[in-house]
Design a protein around this ligand. Sequence first.
Ligand code: PLP
Length: 454
Amino acid sequence: MTLIGEPATASSNSTWGTERIIESDMRYVIRSWSQQGKPAQAAIARGEGSWFWDTDGKKYLDFQSQLVNMNLGHQHPRLVEAIVRQVREMAYMGPGFAVQVRAELGELIAEIAPGDLSMSFFTTGGAEANENAVRLAQHVTGRPKVMARYRSYHGATAGALSLTGDPRHHHNGPGVPGVVRFHDPYTYRTPSGQEPENCPVCQGAPHLEEVLQYEDPNTIAAIIVETVTGTNGLIVPPDGYLQSVREVADKYGIFLITDEVMAGYGRTGEWFAFNHWGIVPDIVTSAKGLNSGYVPLGAMTVGDRARQWLNQNKFWGGQTYAGHPLACASALESLKIMQDEHILENVRTQGARLDAGLRKLAERYQIMGDVRGKGLFYGVEFVTDRATREPLVPFGAAGAAAAPMQRMVAEAWEKGLYLSANNNVLRLTPPLIITEDEIDFALEILDDVIGAAN
Ligand code: PLP
């Protein structure tokens, strides 16, 4: 088995010892919400390909891609070089000027995106992309409200967190008004336990129409959905669902916004996840995989309806760092690498290998209730009992209640495999450059840790 990274050495940039880095990080840095109040699990020195090393020299296979972000892996030489080239030439130029990397990136996205999606507004991340998408839909339609699902995450700014349905929005007070919630096409757990084919929510239109009847379609600017839900359970919609949502949106003149911040740019084996179902949204939002996160970047890419409005109206949006030349240079190179290195093909091939491996494990381990995903965007839902589908840890569990899931994650980490879990779903989202040997390495460790938990 050939796995890169011998010998494992810590980076020459890490002049502090492990302990000092972790202590200072804890004392002087306000960490993201899920990380607060506990020291970092390791200090990391360097990365390469699908691997990273801690400051003590131990290496880990990155089966999470750092928040499902580093799709081309760590330190891709071409990406690093493109950023260095750009910073040497021109680090920053404001939106009043045309810059080739920005224009070229916009053009390449228009080539890659299907249908009439052809103009991009660049942001510094996914939350901003979603906020701007909703605002643009409100401007174009002249309507105030937006429909968003319960099992969703759309970002941590005030507006994006208001769109978010997962319990993280509890901490956001009442949030921004005007969000109407609807249910998810969660075929493994339908609302009343029906089979998916008899479930109005999983069909799309019947449930949406019911909600719209109470809300008045003429007040709804947009419906926003994660095409394939990421953090909140890796939910893949059944065939027909997105087409049905598209039809409802068309019927009432509502914008369909697909949030592909996690699912977009190759993660599912297509450029965009909605390509699997042959629909085209009015706006698609992206970030993460757009440039593998080497420099902060997000985008909303819009179709003709918004483009025509933009040709005649001013859109009141924009941030100082939006469309930053370094970010655009990295995205441009990233998309070219994806084309040159046939990344989508690799996602399909390695995704099929991961799928087969997981299903084989599921034959032996009863706690693996459901294996689902597309491409290299996978989740395993754990249960105490396959017949009742009782979750291995309850929804929203923390501390001791979440221990059975956290133990698997911790044991995998000990063995050199980095992955994460949310509630009772283990997420498997390796870099899109992952090799066959690396998939097998991960499956061996999963076999051990799931076997121990079963
Ligand atoms: N939308 C989805 C589906 C996400 O997964 C995320 C982040 O994980 C966001 C939006 C927010 O993106 P950002 O953290 O770049 O603001």
